[in-house]
Design a binder for this molecule. Structure first.
Ligand code: A2P
Length: 257
């Protein structure tokens, strides 16, 4: 048996010239938890060419969804960006990853801090009822350079709060804070600057995050992860894992090419 399912592309959405998302069929045997990733790719010269991609859909969706960058000479994404409905993609059978509720100890408010395509696992987690059952407020920060990189902005603001299953919880508990660093936009500043600013927490109407009460999940650029790790550990947060749940978790699997 192959390590991958062969699925069909159902739709492709190009957000801009560096970012796209796509939906595929889902083998009913493919199971995952919100926040996990799988190896996704294409057959290239008779061999599977695969990279880690977080599922951006909910675990209960009948289809799968992924968010990807486009790198013009990237071995996988130079090809993947050309997929059209009806094409076949490979989906690794085993989902894995660290951005799991069970890797965190219970807490008050939950922060999802992302840059770029690091948003993807949080697109799944903000559709997971467990997120809202376990925490009072859920803050999703998406940091990007350009406004056009704010994938899913309309969906998160307009569609998710109207969702039949989780809309009510989203409307009451989710705080979405997109932020843009290199263009004019209502929210500016890097994720690290925001999280390090007492005024930012006050602007959200929340107490400053602290390790005694709050929990953090990180996904995004390696530089952001490294800086956030230093900041969080300086504030007493401890990295959790499946063997030792703690107060923050990081996803390091990341598509760069
Ligand atoms: P900036 O524009 O100030 O570099 P990239 O496209 O390089 O992955 O960056 C995505 C977003 O992450 C950008 O808004 C970028 O801000 C921001 N970023 C880059 N490095 C860091 C970092 N070390 N800490 C926080 N945010 C970062």
């Amino acid at each position: 048996m192959s390590n991958q399912y062969v699925e069909k592309v159902l739709s492709v959405h190009h957000w801009n010239d560096t970012l796209f998302s796509f939906r595929t069929t889902r083998n009913p045997a493919f199971r995952f938890e919100a926040g996990q990733f799988a190896m996704i790719g294409l057959m290239v010269e008779g061999r599977p060419l695969l990279r880690a991609y977080s599922m951006a859909c909910a675990p209960y969706d009948e289809e799968l969804e992924f968010l990807s960058i486009k790198v013009q000479n990237g071995p996988l994404t130079s090809r993947l960006q050309k997929i059209v409905p009806g094409d076949e993609v490979l989906i690794g059978r085993k989902a894995t990853g660290t951005l799991l509720h069970d890797n965190l100890v219970p807490g008050r408010n939950l922060y999802f801090l992302s840059t770029g395509t690091g948003l993807a696992p949080f697109m799944s987690l903000i559709r997971d009822p467990a997120t809202y059952e376990r925490f009072e407020k859920v803050v999703l920060v998406h940091g990007v350079r350009l406004v056009s990189e704010l994938a899913y902005e309309h969906f998160i603001r307009e569609e998710l709060p109207a969702d039949e299953l989780i809309g009510e919880m989203v409307a009451a508990q989710l705080i979405y804070h997109p932020t843009v660093t290199r263009e004019e936009y209502p929210n500016r500043g890097r994720v690290t600057e925001l999280f390090g600013s007492d005024d930012w927490f006050a602007s959200l109407g929340l107490p400053v995050a602290d390790a005694a009460h709050d929990r953090v999940m990180l996904c995004g650029s390696p530089a952001m992860l490294a800086d956030m790790k230093v900041m969080l550990e300086g504030k007493g947060f401890v990295e959790g894992s499946s063997s030792t749940p703690a107060t923050y978790v990081v996803e390091r699997a990341f598509v760069e090419k």
